[in-house]
Design a protein around this ligand. Structure first.
Ligand code: PMT
Length: 401
């Protein structure tokens, strides 16, 4: 799928970088896209609607307007028209309004109404961009599934030098064009992903668990969905949420339930990714009432849990591609490679608790991928969403090599 004939809705807010919107519109039109533009009132101080209307060959909207029936709905109509919305440049004020749903202008109201993927390209001065409030707003916007096109570094309008410049129009076009290219690349694939921790009950109020937040597994699910795959996410207890028409999510507590959900219809999956941190043992018995404190010591007898990846690895067919994870604290590479073999993975993703910013809870991860073919790929520390993208790129390459 390409950008040609796609409906692109460009939102322009009031930054000096608004002049780059003209170049962006031209690039989209040259690539064959249909372009409509919404400007905030402030943006019209930097570049005229006439310029963008001439380049896009469409009227430019700055205000809510009524349709022929006298209804006040142009934000809804524009939102439904778009195959993709891009907000470039997005000022600090616009980021805040988008993150908190403060729809006092047409641009933000349309963003809230849009059902399509949304790209956001911030632009602001150095210290403003570094302020924790902006970081938080971008995190919120990412967590809603928006795609952020990071600003670039260089000379800023203030004369300061650093990060904050709107990404170059060519780079924005590339990100959007890549979106359409990858959006359908997995459309005939079914993917199973396990995510999060398991909670193994001790009694009605206590359990044995671990620190997994589910962030890595959910990022993988988002990436698979963005490539057009049908995804079954089997998730242990987490505070995360995700929704998509191509997503089935099964919420579980304990390893046995995770196994039951993952093994059902196992033959249907093309790719399995085991990102969950599954408890290897569970209490042998679960007390029916809350266990009361008695004496100094207490022992809990434990029974081995089913190893989901190992069991499913035994019935994996040659056309199915399995990716395991290994969280290690010592002999990392050796342990990961032995799991790769033992559990019949095609690839294993090693993350180490010894690396700052990697593993449990963090929004970032640093991983090394080991393949059955003996290939190794070391990735730098980056967001879990970007790691998920790199893992899918690596799976694609490995399948096609
Ligand atoms: O959730 P986050 O906070 O984002 O953290 C991500 C993560 C650190 C949990 C994730 O990146 C990760 O490393 N998950 C696997 C952690 C782990 O417990 O690995 P393991 O070495 O115990 O298991 C190896 C593989 O077998 C894993 O793919 C695991 O899902 C699978 N396994 C393990 C035991 C079991 N009973 N069943 C399994 O399927």
């Amino acid at each position: 799928m390409s950008i040609k004939d796609k409906n692109i809705l460009l939102g322009v807010s009031g930054s000096i970088a608004a002049y780059k919107a003209a170049l962006l519109v031209r690039l989209f039109v040259k690539a064959g896209a249909n372009v409509q533009v919404i400007m905030s009132e402030d943006a019209t101080q930097f570049i005229t609607p006439l310029t963008l209307s001439t380049l896009s060959k469409n009227p430019v909207y700055t205000k809510f307007i009524k349709n022929n029936a006298g209804e006040w709905v142009n934000h809804v109509e524009l939102g439904l028209w778009a195959d993709l919305m891009i907000i470039a440049p997005a000022t600090g004020k616009t980021l805040s309004s988008l993150a908190h749903g403060y729809s006092d202008n047409l641009l933000v109201a349309t963003y809230l109404s849009a059902r399509c993927p949304v790209y956001i390209a911030p632009a602001m001065d150095l210290d403003m961009y570094l302020h924790p409030s902006q970081k938080r707003n971008l995190e919120i916007l990412s967590s809603y599934g928006n795609h952020i096109i990071e600003p670039e570094s260089g000379e800023l309008a203030s004369g300061l030098d650093g990060k904050g410049r709107l990404a170059e129009p060519e780079n924005i076009l590339e990100a959007v064009a890549n979106f359409f290219k990858t959006a359908s690349s997995w459309s005939d694939k079914k993917v199973l992903i396990t995510a999060g921790p398991t909670h193994e009950a001790i009694d009605p109020v206590r359990f044995i668990g671990n620190h997994s937040s589910g962030k890595m597994g959910y990022a993988l699910a988002e990436e698979a969905l963005s490539r057009g795959a049908t995804v079954h996410l089997v998730s242990g207890p987490t505070s995360l949420s995700i929704a998509h028409p191509n997503l089935k999510i099964t919420k579980v507590q304990a390893a046995q339930e995770m196994y039951n959900a993952a093994s059902e219809h196992f033959d249907d999956y093309d790719c399995m990714i085991y990102a969950a941190a599954v408890a290897d043992y569970r209490p042998s018995t679960v007390a029916t009432e809350k266990i009361k404190k008695k004496g100094a010591d207490m022992q809990i007898a434990m029974t081995p849990n089913v190893d989901i990846a190992l069991s499913l690895g035994k019935i994996k067919k040659p056309h199915q591609y399995a990716v395991g994870f290994a969280l290690e604290t010592e002999n990392e590479a050796l342990n990961a490679q032995s799991k790769l073999e033992r559990k019949n993975f095609d690839c294993i993703v090693l993350n180490s608790l010894r690396t700052e910013g990697a593993g449990f809870q963090h929004d970032t991860n640093q991983v090394t991928l080991y393949f059955k073919s003996n290939k190794k790929l070391e990735l730098e520390l980056k967001s879990k969403r970007e790691i998920a993208k790199d893992i899918f790129d690596a799976i694609e390459q490995s399948i096609h090599s």
